[in-house]
Design a protein around this ligand. Structure first.
Ligand SMILES: Cc1ncc(C[n+]2csc(CCOP(=O)(O)OP(=O)(O)O)c2C)c(N)n1
Length: 684
C-alpha cells in the first residue's frame, strides 16, 4: 500500500512523520506523471510544487484556513491530498478530476480559477470577510481563527491584477501569507524586468548564519518598525530571513525589499524542495499577524529529467509515451495554431509594417514561430493582456499594423483597452483569437464563449470566424488591410479540416458571407454570392468551424431526403444583410450555428439584423453554447453536449423543418410554406 492511498484528508497527512514525506512526494509525482501521460494535462507546474503543497497542508488546516491558488494549474498535488486520488484516473473529464480548482469537487477548493493574477485579490477579500465575521485569525483574541494563504507563480505575480492585490494586501492588519512559487518560468521564459529581478535571487544556503546578526541588522533598517514588530513575533529561522531581506531593502538596495515597499514582510528565497525547511518556515509564518510574502524557489517539472529539461514543452502536454529516456508527445493533424503561426511568418515577410505580440502564450498561439524569426517586430509581453492591447494601440498609432495573438478567454482581460485605446481612437488593431469556443479538458475557466458578444459592441469592429486554413489565411490578409477599426478572427482549439480543400476560397470582403453548397443543392461557383438561395428545405448559416460540421449534417440529412444549403457567415459584424434578407424572404427555416455563447453571439446578430430589416424572424433557430457552464471533457463531447456536433445540427434542422411545416424535399424556394409551430430564437 502506498502512503498516498492512505490519505483521504490532510489530517491523514499530518499523521505521517516528516521523514515519510519525501516518499509521499515521490508517490504523488509518479501518480501525476503516469496520468498526464495518458490523458494530457498540466505536468511541470504540478511536479514543481509537490513538496510545497505537502508542507502547506502539513502546517495549515485548509478545512478551516483559506488556500487560494493563482491560475490553479498547479493544484493536482493539493487535490490528491484532499481526497481526490480516485478521480485522478479520469483527469479533465466530466467523470473525473478537473484540471483546475473546483469548489463543486471539494470544499478545499475555494474558487474555480484558471486566469492568472486573481489569488491575491480574492484572498484579500476573504481575509477582510473573515475578519468582519469575527472569524479571522488574531494571535491574542482569536488564535483559532482562519488564516489566509495564497500561492502564485513568479510569472503571474507581475500580472496587473496581482499587483493591484499586493498593493491592497499591504494595508491588511492581520495574518496574510502570499507564497511566491518562483521557478524562473512562465509557460515559456518569463518576460519583463521583474523576471530579471527575481532571477537575481539565488538560494542562500548560509541563511542560518544570519540568525546571529539578525537583531543587529534590524536595528538599522530605515523605517523598520513594522519589520521589527513582526520580527519579535517570529521564530528564529524567519527572523533571520526577515533581517537579511531588510538589510537589502530600500530604493538602492533592491533585494526582496521590493515587496516590503508594498508593506509586506518578505522571507526567502527558501528551497521549495526541502520539506523540513519548508515546514519550519511555514510553521513560523503561520502565526505572524502581518501580511507576508514567502519567496520559495522551485524547479518546474521537478523529478523527471525530461520535464525538468523542457518545462515549457511539458507545461501542459498532450498525452505522451515514455520509452526509457525517450518521451514522445502524441500529435495528430495540423492545428489552427500551427496554421496561423505559419501564415503569420509569411505575412510578416511580405509586409514589414506588420508587427505581432502575444501575452505569455507563444506556444499556444503559434507565435513561437514568429518570435525567433522577427525578434525586432514581435514581442512576448508576459501575462499582461491589457498592456499588450495598449502596446498594440501605440504601435498602430505610429503607423504599424499590429496583430495580437491571444486566447479568446484572455482577451476578456483587455476589453477596456480594446474599447478606449483602440476603438475610440479609430485605431486598427488585429486580434487572432485562438481557443475560441469550447476548449476541452481545461474546461469552463478557459472556454472562449463571449469574444463576439464583447467585441461587437465596438463601433467599426470587423469580427470574423475562420472555418479552415484557407479561410484563416484569407481573413488575415483581409485584416492586414482593414484600417477602419479593430478586427478579429476566431478559430478553435482544433485541427483544420480538409473538407473544402478542393473548393475555391474567395477573398474576404467586409460584411460578406459565403455560400458553401450542401446536399441536393448546387455547388458554389466563383461568382456565387452568399445571397444565393437554391431550392431547398432549410438553410444553415454557420459562424466558424461549425460550418464544416453543418456540411456533415447536411450529408446525413440528404440520406433522409432533405435538401439543405449551408452558408459560412464569415462576419458576425458587420453581418451580411443581403444574405439575411435573401434567406428570410425565401421563408426558409434557418438554423444559425456557432461555437460561441448564445447571448450576444452570431445568432443574436442574425436576429437583430432580421428585426432591423423588418423581416419575419419566426423561422430562425439559434444553435450556440447554452446560457450555462459546460465543464471539462473532450472538445468533441462538449460540442455534442451543446448540440453543436453534426448530429446535433442535423437534429435542429429536422425540428426546424418540421416546425415550419415544410415537407421533405417539398419546399420550394421563395414559395410560402405552411407554418405549423414557429420556432423563434430557440434557447438551448
Ligand atoms: C490572464 C491569463 N493569461 C494567460 C494565462 C495562461 N497561463 C497559464 S499558466 C501560465 C504561466 C504561469 O506561470 P507562473 O505563474 O510562473 O506559474 P508556473 O506555471 O511557472 O508554475 C500562463 C501564461 C492565464 N492562465 N491567465
Amino acid at each position: 500500500m502506498t502512503l498516498l492511498s492512505t490519505i483521504q484528508t490532510p489530517a491523514d497527512l499530518r499523521k505521517l512523520s516528516v521523514d515519510q514525506l519525501p516518499t509521499l512526494a515521490q508517490e504523488i509525482r509518479h501518480a501525476i506523471c503516469e496520468q498526464v501521460g495518458k490523458s494530457g494535462g498540466h505536468l511541470a507546474p504540478n511536479l514543481g510544487v509537490v513538496e510545497l503543497t505537502i508542507a502547506m497542508h502539513y502546517v495549515f488546516d485548509f478545512g478551516h484556513d483559506r488556500l487560494l491558488f493563482d491560475v490553479g494549474h498547479q493544484c493536482y498535488p493539493h487535490k490528491l491530498l484532499t481526497g481526490r486520488l480516485p478521480l485522478l484516473a479520469n483527469l479533465r473529464t466530466s467523470k473525473g478530476m478537473a484540471g483546475f480548482p473546483d469548489p463543486r469537487e471539494s470544499p478545499y477548493d475555494l474558487f474555480m480559477v484558471g486566469h492568472a493574477g486573481t489569488a491575491i485579490p480574492t484572498a484579500v477579500g476573504m481575509a477582510r470577510g473573515d475578519t468582519l465575521n469575527g472569524e479571522g485569525f488574531e494571535p491574542k483574541t482569536n488564535p483559532e481563527g482562519r488564516r489566509v494563504v495564497s500561492i502564485i507563480g513568479d510569472a503571474s505575480i507581475v500580472n496587473g491584477v496581482a499587483m493591484e492585490g499586493l498593493n491592497n494586501a499591504g494595508t491588511l492588519k492581520r495574518q496574510f501569507l502570499v507564497i511566491l512559487n518562483d521557478n524562473g518560468m512562465s509557460i515559456s521564459k518569463p518576460q519583463g524586468a521583474v523576471a530579471q529581478y527575481f532571477d537575481r535571487f539565488r538560494l542562500n544556503p548560509m541563511y542560518r548564519d544570519f540568525k546571529k546578526s539578525a537583531r543587529e541588522i534590524l536595528k538599522h533598517v530605515p523605517g523598520g518598525s513594522l519589520i521589527q514588530d513582526a520580527y519579535h513575533r517570529a521564530g528564529e529561522a524567519t527572523k533571520a530571513m526577515i533581517a537579511e531581506n531588510a538589510k537589502t531593502a530600500g530604493p538602492a538596495g533592491g533585494g526582496a525589499g521590493w515587496f516590503e515597499h508594498f508593506g509586506l514582510l518578505t522571507v526567502g528565497p527558501i528551497d521549495g524542495h526541502d520539506l523540513p525547511q519548508l515546514i519550519e518556515f511555514l510553521s513560523e509564518a503561520r502565526d505572524l499577524d502581518r501580511p507576508m510574502v514567502m519567496h520559495v524557489k522551485t524547479i518546474k517539472g521537478k523529478g523527471y529529467e525530461f520535464s525538468e529539461g523542457d518545462a515549457s514543452m511539458f507545461h501542459s502536454p498532450a498525452p505522451f509515451v515514455r520509452e526509457g529516456c525517450r518521451v514522445e508527445i502524441k500529435k495528430d493533424g495540423r492545428s489552427f495554431t500551427t496554421a496561423v503561426g505559419d501564415a503569420m511568418v509569411s505575412l510578416m515577410e511580405k509586409d514589414e509594417k506588420v508587427v505581432a505580440c502575444t501575452a505569455a502564450m507563444a506556444d499556444g498561439t503559434g507565435m513561437n514561430k514568429v518570435l525567433p524569426r522577427f525578434p525586432e517586430r514581435s514581442w512576448d509581453t508576459g501575462i499582461c493582456e491589457s498592456h499588450a492591447m495598449d502596446m498594440m494601440a501605440g504601435l498602430a498609432k505610429t503607423g504599424f499594423k499590429p496583430f495580437f495573438f491571444v486566447y479568446s478567454t484572455f482577451v476578456q482581460r483587455a476589453f477596456d483597452q480594446a474599447f478606449q485605446e483602440v476603438s475610440l481612437q479609430g485605431l486598427a488593431v488585429r486580434l487572432c483569437l485562438d481557443r475560441a469556443g469550447l476548449v476541452g479538458g481545461d474546461g469552463a475557466v478557459h472556454h472562449g464563449f463571449c469574444d463576439v458578444a464583447l467585441l461587437r459592441t465596438l463601433p467599426n469592429a470587423a469580427l470574423i470566424a475562420a472555418i479552415d486554413e484557407p479561410s484563416l489565411l484569407a481573413s488575415l490578409e483581409f485584416m492586414r488591410n482593414y484600417e477602419e477599426g479593430l478586427s478579429s478572427v476566431r478559430y478553435p482549439r482544433d485541427n483544420v479540416s480538409q473538407r473544402l480543400a478542393e473548393q475555391n476560397c474567395p477573398a474576404f470582403e467586409l460584411g460578406k458571407g459565403r455560400y458553401l453548397g450542401g446536399s441536393g443543392v448546387p455547388a458554389p461557383t466563383a461568382s456565387t454570392l452568399a445571397s444565393f438561395v437554391p431550392e431547398c428545405d432549410a438553410a444553415i448559416v454557420a459562424f466558424g468551424t461549425t460550418a464544416i460540421d453543418s456540411l456533415v449534417a447536411a450529408d446525413e440529412l440528404a440520406k433522409e431526403g432533405y435538401r439543405v444549403a449551408v452558408y459560412d457567415a464569415r462576419f458576425a459584424k458587420p453581418i451580411d444583410r443581403d444574405m439575411v434578407r435573401a434567406l428570410l424572404e425565401a421563408k426558409l427555416p434557418v438554423v444559425t450555428v456557432e461555437d460561441h455563447g448564445i447571448v450576444g453571439g452570431f445568432g443574436a446578430c442574425f436576429l437583430e439584423a432580421a428585426a432591423d430589416l423588418r423581416l419575419d424572424s419566426s423561422r430562425i433557430t439559434r444553435l450556440a453554447l447554452p446560457d450555462s457552464w459546460i465543464m471539462q471533457d473532450s472538445r468533441a463531447k462538449q460540442l455534442a453536449e451543446a448540440g453543436l456536433d453534426a448530429v446535433g445540427i442535423a437534429r435542429a434542422v429536422r425540428l426546424a423543418v418540421e416546425a415550419n411545416g415544410a415537407t421533405r424535399g417539398g419546399a420550394s424556394n421563395g414559395a410560402p410554406v405552411r407554418v405549423k409551430a414557429p420556432v423563434a430564437a430557440t434557447i438551448i
